[in-house]
Structures are given as structure tokens and as C-alpha cells.
Design a protein. Structure first.
Length: 141
């Protein structure tokens, strides 16, 4: 059963995602990033090339030949075979499929009405499923 973490009050979801991915990578942890929007996936891919102090976080798409040896996987589909089950970062607007296989699920919520409304629906779903949910206010950091 995954633990769910909501990082809310974020100015820019993709930049916050890149920073969080960098922090997690520095801790030696793997990450699957569900980013169903192809434009957002391409932008996040570019951000990950320049996020770390040395300018690159090792990442690839789920369908890459290098996915089995890459710690950060970007995927547009949750029905694709995924190679790790440690952490999932959801950048979609709804609850992704197959989340029960992950140890933790991370949601990043911006300050828009739509973003907050979608997050409330996902929170309700996770709580109904019995997943422990924790909230982190990024305005307090």
C-alpha cells in the first residue's frame, strides 16, 4: 500500500517536480514519473537535463532500451511495463492506474483552482482506498 504525499501551494508544477526528482535522486532513490501530457513530458525532460548542479539527472522514457538501468523513468502510460516500484510521481490530473505496486506516491499541486480541485478528488480517492495521506505546504518551506 503506497503512502501518498501531496506537495501543495506550488508555483510551477514541472519545476517543483524537477527539484523534487533531483533531491530524491541525490538520496539514491528511483523514481517513475507519470506525465501523460506529451508537451509536459518533453518540457520536464529538458528540465531534468539542467536541474542538478552538474547539469543532468539520469532519466529516460519508459520505452527506452536504457530504462532497466536508469533511475528516473518518464512514462505517459501506466499500463506500460515499469521496472521499479519504489516511487511514483503523478503529474496527471487524475488517479493513475496500478498505483498499489508503489511504496510511495507523490502529488504536486499548484495554486490554480483546477489543480486544487483535481487534488481534492484524488485525496478523497486515496483516503477511501485506505492509503495514508500526508500534506506538505510548500509555502512553509
Amino acid at each position: 500500500m503506497p503512502k501518498v504525499f501531496f506537495y501543495h501551494n506550488v508555483q510551477d508544477r514541472l519545476r517543483a517536480a524537477a527539484a523534487l526528482i533531483a533531491k530524491t535522486y541525490a538520496q539514491g532513490k528511483n523514481f517513475t514519473v507519470f506525465v501523460p501530457d506529451p508537451e509536459q513530458a518533453a518540457f520536464l525532460d529538458r528540465l531534468l537535463w539542467t536541474q542538478a548542479p552538474l547539469g543532468f539527472l539520469p532519466h529516460c522514457r519508459a520505452d527506452s532500451e536504457l530504462a532497466s538501468v536508469t533511475p528516473i523513468i518518464l512514462t505517459e502510460r501506466m499500463d506500460a511495463p515499469l521496472l521499479q516500484n519504489e516511487r511514483l510521481l503523478n503529474l496527471g490530473g487524475s488517479v493513475p492506474d496500478n498505483i498499489e505496486r508503489f511504496q510511495s506516491l507523490i502529488e504536486i499541486v499548484d495554486q490554480s483552482e483546477k489543480g486544487r480541485g483535481d487534488a481534492r478528488l484524488r485525496t478523497r480517492h486515496y483516503k477511501e482506498m485506505g492509503y495514508p495521506v500526508q500534506f506538505i505546504d510548500m509555502n512553509e518551506r
